[in-house]
Design a protein around this ligand. Sequence first.
Ligand code: BGC
Length: 334
Amino acid sequence: MRIPRILTALALAASALTALASADKPVIGLSLDTLKEERWQRDRDNFIAEVERLGGSVVVQSANSDDTRQVRDIESLITRGVDVLVVVPHNGEAMTRAMRSAKEAGIPVIAYDRLILNGELAAYVTFDNVKVGELQAQWVVDRLPADKVARLVRIYGAPTDNNAKLFKQGQDNVLDPLISSGRVKVVAEDWALDWKPENAKKIMNAAITRIGHEFDAVLVSNDGTAGGAIQSLIEEGLAGKLIVTGQDADLAACQRIMRGTQSMTVFKPVSKLATLAAQIAVASAKGNLPKAETTLNNGFKEVPCFFEKIVAVDKDNMMETVVAAGFHPAGQIQ
Ligand code: BGC
């Protein structure tokens, strides 16, 4: 009989905490996969600033690309009695247990940037990730040599990240017809585990060992891994001589674009996304989840989905996009 009594006491304590948190000062739990890429620190800081502006507070956990740790992080946020969970999953398919615990505790979960698959979700706040891939591939295709078959190296993101698959899907939408017609040939391709630049560098090195210097473009899915690939191109004396893509408008990537070793990035205004997610989280803590314009299926349900706009950026429009938005000061990228 002792155990049930202890459990009841725990449950009461937890619900008292929840009740406290729920009033006018919602507590939001933010569980991040990683803070490795520059963008996630900006996401976190803008998210916290907006929640605090709205009278709430945020408890942040970062899992260092470790699924077990992320599930533990989420469970500890649930035990702390947060009102809403906002999650950037390392692996969208590995969060099932954590989603179940959140559901049992009656805590709404919002997937941020990356979708959580096969579980209960209140909302998904993101960019159009298929469009990101389309912008990357279209930028390349528009600049390929006209007089020969274009040879392409492709470096995808982390195979555990649902977004990495969506970026590839968007790239495929643009490339498939050209591959079928023989206009474009993919000469090497691989996935960079955990989006690590060093893994992208290894892929680039392996490709060069196998195919030599005979390629026109490297279609890379984000700026961090583009940095790794470019390191390999520098060592081969190829940097600046061929097209390299990215995404995130990381400071280092914008500098590379201005210097000519990277060709383009996709600018995703993460400050806006984080602000939007914070507003949705606080509203949802008060039981007022806003109505979404569209939904996306996560294998379990149609999830209300909120999108922010994105734009392809190169040397020519850097000033009127990234700089004009206040993302990086002009002085830092020139
Ligand atoms: C995000 C990208 C980011 C990558 C690595 C993706 O899910 O959408 O912006 O570069 O993860 O963190």
